[in-house]
Design a protein around this ligand. Structure first.
Ligand code: HDE
Length: 702
């Protein structure tokens, strides 16, 4: 395929194709045989002179590099970013944010934080959302997360925090889980974690898809305009498909059924042409208003509520190309918060300051030396001219005699001429102070935004937080740690603390430690203004021999028309024979899949089909489990019988020609051609709702 942008073009020069080639050594010598080593006699010892065997095995021995100390597991993709218009030029000199004629190539890596490279995708965790913009002024990295705050206020505590959340050092248990003693011991002793803990215990920690996650720069950064004026900024990514989550029971099951769930989802969406999109937005605060927000902008445990400062749209990012090679690109990509371009600068957020040290440092170990910027995925599209030389894995052949500034022998080049914003010039912030190890008094409010977050949740979201805290603390062996966390929760919300205490066998507090201020920020809830679309949702259609062929075809067509992805699941793989004797391709055997891998399930008509499915424990469990997890369920004609058999609580089904929607279950008694198009519309609308939260599923087994 012809390269699509400057970055793709650059990568093209290092891509290797093996089609129609011969096997060689690394030296390009063709090899006659690679299955037997060179030996003295066919049963004798292997000879040292077998350079091919030695090279092959040596290379293999050195294939691994250290995984990232955090964010080890990830998935990446290429795409591009384009601003809508130039309004932001009043605030920043960064061309890629302000010139709508400029399309900037990007590489994005999504990740979990705590787990190893091989851990499951759907664990309860923060998700990384790191974007490398290959701008014409050099690389800009926005290394953000899917939650807008962080656990700690000062980077010096990062090693402590990470040691606490990672598997415990004596037995390396548990993998990719926060539900263990050391994390909660840390939390109980560090009240500044409470706001982030509320996010971590919320549905945000269980994204349905990387494509359905918000992203946040977290810190307050600084935009600088062409005149050198600075403005504080918070950066937001908003997914066009809306922000949606899985439910906890489901995520645990997916971790076994498909540990690559989020990675696969991203890959498949891009392969199928359903390119994920996000809108970049900014919250701007003038320097004059720095101290008027009621909290400190430099404190990364605080958000600026959107109701206080609106998020203004800047541009759109589309991811439209999967990498060719996971290791070369997704593993070797090196993000760094200090990769900034003219127009974007730092603030004194102590977390950001530490990150500006850490990211360069970590790559030196992970990627084996100071030349990691030469690795194809990391190379800027902007020209690079420096006096840095040598080092392990040097990839460039610098010509000439000079590698120092100033020089006359090289004509003075590379020169340092130019003025901001043509060149990067650090923002001239005036700073004064004594050297002191002390946290500012303005960083001491640990609870008010944790409370704001909890207050802003809808009832099901609150229930999920209570259940998550009970689960997590229920795994903590030391009861005194459980109690200490409840004490902290009692500063956030008294009722929350009581509910959690009741679930984990510790005394409930009698009085609130801090009264709830009662404020909320509706924008924090995922459910108050959801984006309703069925696009890219995966729908399981349960079929067996004797299924209503016409009805099923119409269903599949209607789902596809709305951008959903229907798959026919049958008791065995291959095909099914419909009631009117046509063959329908079965996409999967039911027992190789599970309801947790789909967004909705539909059972078409066909008395014989339904009779067969009713004898199939996998099919019955499929429906019950989808109901348990709040998913849209559909059935028409005899298909309703399978729902009855599966036992969907008090749900009311269609008994005559009507379409009935009850508790997110959409049924119609008609079938084949007499099924009204309205049925499909209603079903699609229900799928677009993501989940039905009005079900009481507490007694539904799953
Ligand atoms: Fe990171 N973080 N971090 N982090 N972080 C890393 O860099 C670090 C923090 C984030 O896909 C490491 O290349 C410190 C906040 C993402 O490659 C390391 C502190 C946020 C990624 C590191 C933080 C993040 C990382 C590990 C506290 C959200 C994955 C390997 C001062 C705004 C990037 C690496 C990718 C990765 C250090 C806190 C996001 C060790 C010291 C806050 C998305 O450098």
């Amino acid at each position: 395929m012809a390269p699509t942008d400057e970055k793709d073009q650059q990568l093209e020069s290092v891509r290797v194709e093996n089609d129609g080639t011969h096997l060689t050594t690394q030296q390009g010598v063709r090899v006659d045989h690679t299955d037997d080593s060179l030996r003295a006699g066919s049963r004798g010892p292997t000879l040292l002179e077998d350079f091919h065997a030695r090279e092959k095995i040596t290379h293999f021995d050195h294939e691994r590099i250290p995984e990232r100390v955090v964010h080890a597991r990830g998935a990446g993709a290429y795409g591009h970013f384009q601003p809508y218009d130039s309004w932001l030029a009043e605030f920043t000199a960064a061309e890629f944010l302000t010139d709508p004629a400029v399309t900037t190539p990007v590489f994005v890596r999504f990740s979990t934080v705590a787990g190893s490279r091989g851990s499951a995708d759907t664990v309860r965790d923060v998700r990384g959302f790191a974007t490398k913009f290959y701008t014409r002024q050099g690389n800009y990295d926005l290394v953000g997360n899917n939650m807008p705050v962080f656990f700690i206020q000062d980077g010096i505590k990062f090693p402590d925090f990470v040691h606490a959340v990672k598997p415990e050092p004596h037995n390396e248990i548990p993998q990719a889980q926060s539900a263990h003693d050391t994390l909660w011991d840390f939390v109980a002793l560090q009240p500044e974690t409470m706001h982030m803990i509320m996010w971590l215990m919320s549905d945000r920690a269980l994204p349905r898809s990387y494509r359905m996650m918000q992203g946040f720069g977290v810190h307050t950064f600084r935009l600088v305009n062409a005149e050198g004026r600075g403005t504080f900024v918070k950066l937001h990514w908003k997914p066009l498909l809306g922000t949606h989550s899985l439910v906890w029971d489901e995520t645990q099951k997916i971790a076994g059924k498909d540990p690559d769930f989020n990675r696969r989802d991203l890959w498949e969406a891009i392969e199928s042409g359903a390119f994920p999109e996000w809108e970049l937005g900014v919250q701007l605060v003038s320097e004059d208003d720095e101290h008027s927000l009621g909290f400190d902008l430099l404190d990364a445990t605080k958000i600026i509520p959107e109701e206080q400062v609106p998020v203004r749209p800047v541009g759109r990012m589309v991811l439209d190309r999967n990498p060719d090679n996971f290791f070369a690109e997704t593993e070797q990509v090196a993000f760094h918060t200090a990769n900034v371009v003219p127009g974007i600068d730092f603030t004194n957020d102590p977390l950001l300051q530490a990150r500006n040290f850490s990211y360069l440092d970590t790559q030196l170990l992970r990627l084996g030396g100071p030349n990691f910027a030469h690795i194809p995925v990391n190379r800027p599209v902007a020209p690079v001219h420096d006096n840095q030389r040598d080092g392990f894995q040097q990839q460039r052949i610098h010509r000439g005699r000079t590698s120092y500034t100033k020089n006359t022998l090289g004509g003075g080049c590379p020169v340092t001429a130019g003025e901001f914003p043509e060149v990067f010039a650090h923002y001239q912030e005036k700073v004064e102070g004594r050297k002191i190890r002390e946290r500012s008094a303005s960083f001491q409010d640990f609870y008010s935004q944790a409370t704001l977050f909890f207050n802003s949740m809808t009832p099901p979201e609150k229930e999920h937080i209570v259940a998550a805290l009970r689960f997590e603390l229920g795994k903590v062996d030391h009861v005194e740690i459980r109690a200490a966390v409840v004490d902290q929760l009692n500063h956030v919300d008294h009722d929350l603390a009581v509910l959690v205490a009741q679930g984990i066998g510790v005394p409930a507090p009698t009085e609130p430690a801090t009264p709830n201020h009662g404020r909320s920020s509706p924008a924090l809830s995922q459910l108050t203004a959801p984006v309703a679309t069925a696009k890219t949702r995966k729908i399981a259609v349960l079929v067996a021999d004797g299924v209503d062929g016409k009805g099923t075809r119409r269903l599949v067509a209607a789902l596809r028309e709305n951008g959903a992805i229907p798959e026919l699941l049958a008791p065995v793989d291959g095909k099914v024979r419909s009631a009117n004797d046509e063959d329908l391709k079965a996409d999967r055997a039911i027992n190789t899949m599970a309801s947790v891998l789909y967004d909705a399930v539909v059972v078409p008509c066909g008395p014989d089909s339904v009779a067969a499915l009713s004898q199939d424990g996998y099919a019955l469990h499929f429906v019950t489990e989808a109901f348990k997890h709040g998913k849209a369920i559909g059935a028409f004609g005899a298909g309703i019988e399978l729902l009855r058999k599966a036992g969907l609580g008090e749900t009311r089904f269609a008994t005559d020609e009507d379409i009935v929607t009850d508790l997110g279950v959409v049924t119609a008694s008609a079938a084949e051609d007499s099924l009204s198009p309205k049925y499909f519309e209603t079903l699609v609308a229900q799928i677009a709702q993501h989940r039905a939260w009005d079900r009481d599923t507490s007694s539904i087994p799953a």
